[in-house]
Ligand binder design. Structure first.
Ligand code: MSP
Length: 511
């Protein structure tokens, strides 16, 4: 089975911020990891370009929605290589092929009897592009997320018969407790379903900026149905999706934040059932990155610019920090101070030093050639027993922080090993030459193991390290603590993996 991972498609009403980068980075780590396992991978991201949030922002800027969409989609797209994201395709919902496929699928849903005409009356948030039940109104009929006044809407719409899927969705949740993870989000989605599903508008009459409805030109599709279908339509025309939906459908995991849980955990499986398409295996819901306790969001204006962080510290450091500091699946605060602390204490001092002292000692005591020797059993049977499997098990549960901590215990363990073995003492004793060979060979293979396991998180630095070690592949099997390259090889040049000056330079730049 191929591994198919998606991010939400991001709204183009503003520029990308760290929150968007977060999900994309997480998806990239999974994509790289599954490629390391030798699996065929499809990694999809893109932009959600229709609907009221975009139309409103364009009106405010005095330009056409498409012009705004082009401008901001380009910024989302440009961010990807800067994050070192290896997405296989970038979908834009204004792609004509996407629009045509949306019409086709939703016309089929109507043919199958799940669409009817009715009148919607209720509250609506133009920022969320979402209808609000009486239960989720903020004070004074405001949006609880955006704090803006809600609109009272009365509109003749086509409805999607969501309520008819009540039983099937309950069964799905019953049968598949991993359909939504973590468990707290599963419970949230299930209680939403159990509270009783109501039919939802499938089209909007008042809006023009959207995919026109094939059976009624006065309507466009409600943006969420157009958007959700991206996960399917992309496979029908992405040149990189060789074999199309037959090959890659259904998605292995959709990564989202909890703000869009209901759409992915309730509407989406119902829509797929209505269309007769197979359901995704899992929706994994991460938490919010918070700044001073509030969700980072463009409408709240409290955003960190990922590009500025990358410019100062590099993409690896950003990737590492976000997945390390905020347990994946929970909310967590981010700050420049915490970032700098982890950069210095963990990346520079723990990982950077491990690499530089290993290279330094092999240079000094063995003229840069890694000795061919048996590996230390203490490490093989202790610290590194079952190592790649331990990483893979955690990542199969999307425990991105858990896997990173697990790898990091080995980084720390190798530093402890250096202290305990004190190669500088062994080097003074001619009788200990064989022991020194074992220690240096074990260190080199230990560094290879952690570098391979860290490669999905820190691709640029680990590519440098592995190249200097003379390790050509990136397969996770190279994370086995066993003889292999670089034993017997000459080490290449390795400049500091995480120069400490970067932090100082950052401080300077901010003054
Ligand atoms: N366009 C819809 C999604 C359609 S998917 C079929 C949308 N777009 S969005 O631009 O608002 O992006 C929301 C997503 O961005 C979240 O689900 C999450 O993946 C990411 N994040 C945005 N802000 C975030 C934080 N502050 N923290 C964590 N993730 C954040 O909703």
């Amino acid at each position: 089975m191929p591994f198919y991972v998606t991010t939400p498609i991001y709204y183009v009403n503003a520029a990308p911020h760290l929150g968007h980068a977060y999900t994309t980075i997480a998806a990239d780590v999974l994509a790289r990891h599954h490629r390391q396992l030798g699996e065929e991978v499809f990694f999809l991201t893109g932009t959600d370009e229709h609907g009221e949030p975009v139309a409103e922002a364009a009106r405010a800027a005095g330009i056409e929605p498409k012009e705004l969409a082009d401008r901001n989609a380009a910024r989302f797209k440009e961010l990807l290589p800067r994050l070192l994201a290896t997405n296989d395709f970038f979908i834009r919902t204004t792609d004509p092929q996407h629009e045509a496929k949306v019409r086709e699928v939703l016309a089929a849903v109507r043919e199958r009897g799940y669409v009817y005409k009715g009148t919607y009356e209720g509250w609506y948030c133009p920022r969320c592009a979402d209808f609000k039940g009486e239960g989720d109104l903020g004070e004074g009929n405001t949006c609880p997320i955006h704090h803006v006044p809600l609109l009272r809407e009365r509109e003749e719409n086509y409805f999607f018969a969501l309520s008819r899927f009540q039983g099937q969705l309950e069964e799905l949740y019953e049968r598949n407790p991993a359909f939504v993870a973590p468990a707290v989000r599963y419970n949230e989605a299930l209680s939403f379903i159990k509270a009783g599903l109501r039919d939802v508008p499938l089209t909007r009459r008042r809006l023009r900026w959207g995919v026109t409805v094939p059976w009624d030109a006065d309507h466009v599709f409600y943006v969420w149905f157009d958007a959700l279908l991206n996960y399917y339509t992309a496979l029908t025309y992405a040149p990189t999706a060789q074999g199309g939906p037959d090959r890659f459908w259904p998605p292995t995991v959709h990564l989202i934040a909890k703000d869009i849980l209901r759409f992915h955990a309730v509407y989406w499986p119902a829509l797929l059932l209505a269309a007769g398409l197979e359901l995704p295996k899992q929706v994994f819901v991460h938490g919010y990155l918070l700044m001073e306790g509030e969700k980072m969001s463009k409408s709240l204006g409290n955003v960190l610019d990922p590009l500025a962080v990358i410019e100062r510290f590099g993409a690896d450091a950003l990737r590492y920090y976000l997945l390390r500091d905020v347990p994946f699946g929970q909310d967590g605060s981010v700050s420049t101070t915490a970032f700098e602390l982890r950069y210095e204490a963990e990346l520079a001092n723990e990982l950077g030093n491990l690499a530089s002292r290993t290279f330094g000692m092999i240079g000094r005591y063995r003229d840069g050639v890694v000795p061919v020797a048996a590996l230390d059993r203490e490490l093989a049977e202790g610290l590194f027993a079952g190592f790649p499997e331990g990483v893979a098990q955690r990542l199969s549960r999307v425990e991105l922080t858990g896997a990173l901590e697990y790898i990091w215990e080995r980084v720390r363990g190798l530093n402890r090993y250096v202290e305990q073995q004190a190669p500088w003492q062994l080097a003074k004793d001619p009788g200990a030459a064989q022991r020194l060979d074992i220690v240096l060979a074990s260190l080199a293979c230990g560094v290879r193991a952690v570098a391979i396991a860290l490669w999905p998180y820190l691709p640029a630095a680990m590519d440098r390290l592995l190249e200097a070690l003379g390790v050509a592949g990136r397969s996770l099997s190279l994370a086995h603590f066993a003889p292999g390259p670089p034993l017997g090889g000459r080490l290449g040049e390795l400049s500091a993996l995480f120069p400490k000056g970067e932090v100082g330079a950052g401080r300077e730049a901010r003054r």
